[in-house]
Design a protein around this ligand. Structure first.
Ligand SMILES: NC(=O)c1ccc[n+]([C@@H]2O[C@H](COP(=O)([O-])OP(=O)(O)OC[C@H]3O[C@@H](n4cnc5c(N)ncnc54)[C@H](O)[C@@H]3O)[C@@H](O)[C@H]2O)c1
Length: 316
C-alpha cells in the first residue's frame, strides 16, 4: 500500500513513517522544514528513514505543492503537518496557524476529491476541548478550544467532516493528548525539563504546577495511528491519551528519580491558552482501534531521558 505522511520530518511523523516502512508499506513523506525549531533536529529525525528504499522524501510546502498529482495512487494519507504549539499561537503568529493548519488541510482534502483515497487520517489534538467540563473527557464533550492553536485544529476536523459529507472522503481525526518520548519537540515541557536537569539549569514551571496532563508515549500513539488503516470506522474523532495523567509536580519527582539530581525551579506566570487539566476517556479508541496504552509515565520518561543523553535512538 502507498501511504502519504505529511509533516514527516517532525517528532510524530518521523516515528510513524518508520513504523509504516517497517510494516512493508511504501511511504511518500512531505515536509517543508518549518522554522519553529531547527532544521538540523528534523534532518536527524529523517536520517534512518532516508536509508530505506520504500521511503521517498519530498521537501515541499503543502501550500504550494501540486497535491492532486501527489495524492493520485495514494491509499492512506496521514496528515500530521501543522504548526504545533499552543503558546505561540496568539497575535501576529496566528496567520502561521491559519496557513499551515487550516489552509494546508483544506488544500490536501480538496486534492482528494475524485481520487481513490481509502482514508484520510488527521492528527488532531486534545486542545480542541479547551477546559473540558467532563473528566475523563469523552468525544461527546462539546469542543470549546481556549487557544488559537486549538481552534485551528478543530477547524481541521470540521474540514474533514465537510469533505466527507459532500465528497465522501473517508476520514478519522485522532485527538492526540500530550505526546512524549524520543524526538519530542524541543519546545515541549518534558524536553525542556530534562534538558535543564541534564545541564544543571533551573526548570521553568508555568503557574502552580498542579495542572495535569494525560501524557501519551510515542509508541502508543503510533500503534493506534497505524490501526486507522485496518478499522472500518470512518468520520469519527477519537481520543488517544496515555492513561497516566500526572501533575507537573509528579513529573518533576520522576525526573529527580531518573536523573538522580535535585531539580531547581523557577516559577513563571500561567500561560494564556494553556488548559488546566486534560484526561482522555479512551473507551472509543479501545472499541474502534483496539487501543490500550502500554507505556507508563516513569518508563516512558526514562526512555526520553536516555535519548536526550544521546544513549538511545529507538523509542520501542
Ligand atoms: N506533539 C504532541 O504532543 C501533539 C499533541 C496533539 C496533536 N499533535 C499534532 O500532531 C502533529 C505532529 O506534531 P509534532 O509534535 O510531531 O510536530 P512537529 O512540529 O515536530 O511536526 C510537524 C511537521 O510539519 C511540518 N509542516 C508544517 N507545516 C507544513 C506545510 N505547510 N507543508 C509541509 N510541512 C509542514 C513541519 O516542518 C514539521 O516538521 C501536528 O499536527 C500536531 O498538531 C501533536
Amino acid at each position: 500500500m502507498r501511504c502519504l505522511v505529511s509533516g514527516v520530518a517532525g517528532f510524530i511523523g518521523s516515528h510513524l513513517a518508520e513504523r509504516l516502512v517497517r510494516d512493508g508499506q511504501e511511504v511518500i513523506g512531505i515536509d517543508c522544514f518549518l522554522d519553529y525549531y531547527p532544521r538540523e533536529v528534523k534532518e536527524e529525525n529523517l536520517a534512518g528513514l532516508k536509508k530505506s528504499p520504500n521511503f521517498h522524501f519530498q521537501e515541499a510546502n503543502l501550500l504550494e505543492l501540486d497535491l492532486p498529482a501527489l495524492v493520485q495512487k495514494t491509499d492512506f494519507i496521514f496528515h500530521l503537518a501543522a504548526q504545533a504549539g499552543v503558546r505561540a499561537s496568539w497575535g501576529e503568529s496566528f496567520s502561521i496557524y491559519t496557513e499551515n493548519n487550516i489552509r494546508a488541510t483544506q488544500r490536501l482534502l480538496e486534492s482528494c476529491k475524485g481520487q481513490k483515497v481509502s482514508k484520510f487520517i488527521l492528527a488532531s489534538s486534545s486542545s480542541v476541548y479547551g477546559d473540558a467540563e467532563e473528566m475523563p473527557t469523552s468525544e461527546n464533550s462539546a469542543p470549546k478550544p481556549v487557544s488559537p492553536y486549538g481552534l485551528s485544529k478543530l477547524a481541521c476536523e470540521h474540514l474533514c467532516y465537510l469533505y466527507w459529507k459532500n465528497h465522501k472522503i473517508p476520514y478519522l481525526a485522532l485527538r492526540y493528548f500530550t505526546v512524549y518520548g524520543p524526538r519530542q519537540r524541543p519546545d515541549m515541557a518534558f524536553h525542556k525539563f530534562l534538558r535543564s536537569a541534564l545541564h544543571g539549569k533551573e526548570i521553568e514551571i508555568y503557574g502552580d504546577g498542579n495542572q495535569t496532563r494525560d501524557f501519551t508515549y510515542i509508541s502508543d500513539i503510533i500503534n493506534a495511528t497505524v490501526k486507522s488503516i485496518s478499522t472500518d470506522a470512518v468520520a469519527e474523532s477519537v481520543n488517544l491519551g496515555g492513561g497516566s495523567p500526572a501533575t507537573i509536580w509528579q513529573v518533576l519527582n520522576i525526573i529527580e528519580e531518573i536523573t538522580g539530581k535535585r531539580v531547581r525551579l523557577r516559577h513563571i506566570e500561567e500561560q494564556k491558552g494553556d488548559v488546566r487539566h486534560t484526561c482522555a476517556d479512551i473507551t472509543k479508541a479501545q472499541r474502534i482501534l483496539g487501543y490500550a496504552p502500554q507505556v507508563r509515565l516513569g518508563e516512558g520518561l526514562r526512555k526520553q531521558f536516555l535519548w536526550q543523553k544521546g544513549g538511545m535512538l529507538d523509542a520501542y
